[in-house]
Design a protein around this ligand. Structure first.
Ligand SMILES: [Zn+2]
Ligand SMILES: [Zn+2]
Length: 250
């Protein structure tokens, strides 16, 4: 199978919020849908690749935060592509429950106070709902790789592993300052919210052990495996919190 191009879709400038298109010889897969209203930004990048909405074969939503799932329903309608996501975040995709947010620093506490991340978005039910331990082969969608459950940022976070060593990991980690985009973009850091850093460390280790070399992120990136491992070590050094301790319901 020919190689896959990873194309960044800037939802906000400077890498602050990214989606990705995985362009293979038989169409493409969209990874994350961006904030509500992002469909035109996705289309602009599709056009640059000589593609249009109809060429999207699958939409993978890495987790239920609004900057990743906000335009999912719209993009599914425009493309006719099915959405794959994990059951752990289903209540949030369906907008049945409000999410919990474990802030990781002062920037995220300020961000949370703005209310932007708490806004509702168009609810949807994923066409393919992964359960714990279940993976989805991407070959039927033209890509050599799979989607699998990588919990920790949220309970239902998923990642894509491509055979060439490229991984799309959503918000398992970020880079740079202020939502990833400005300065220090090659330096891994925690995303603004993170449910369980120790679980994230385990998943990052598993991804690297599985042969992943380049990590594409929702905020900042991409990062090499060496930097991902350094970050996993930092996460392991954090104190273990009682389950749910850090998560404030808003
Ligand atoms: Zn997130
Ligand atoms: Zn995010």
């Amino acid at each position: 199978m020919e190689s896959v191009r990873v194309v960044r879709v800037p939802i906000l400038p400077l890498g602050m919020v990214n989606c990705h298109l995985l362009v293979g010889p038989q169409g493409c897969v969209l990874v994350d849908a961006g904030l509500p209203g992002s469909e035109k930004k996705v289309r602009r990048v599709l056009r640059q690749q000589g593609l249009d909405y109809a060429d999207i074969k699958l939409i993978v939503i890495t987790h239920a935060h609004i900057d990743h799932a906000g335009a999912a329903r719209k993009l599914a309608k425009l493309s006719g592509a099915p959405i794959v996501a994990h059951a752990g975040d289903l209540d949030y995709y369906q907008q049945k429950k409000r999410m919990t947010f474990c802030t990781t620093g002062w920037v995220s506490r300020v961000f949370l106070r703005t209310g932007l991340i708490l806004r509702p978005y168009a609810p949807f039910t994923p066409n393919v709902l992964l359960q714990d331990g279940q993976a989805l082969d991407l070959r039927p969608y033209g890509l050599p790789g799979h989607v699998r459950h990588t919990p920790g940022h949220t309970a239902g976070s998923i990642s894509i592993e491509l055979e060439g060593g490229d991984a799309m990991v959503g918000d398992l980690l970020a880079s740079g300052v202020m939502l990833g985009g400005l300065m220090r973009t090659s330096h891994a850091r925690r995303p603004p919210f993170e449910d369980d850093p120790h679980q994230v460390a385990d998943e990052l280790q598993r991804l690297v052990d599985g042969g992943m070399q380049r990590f594409y992120l929702g905020h900042g990136g991409p990062l090499p495996a060496t930097e991902v491992l350094r970050h996993a070590q930092v996460l392991r050094s954090l104190p273990k919190q009682a389950a749910g301790h850090c998560c404030a319901q808003h």
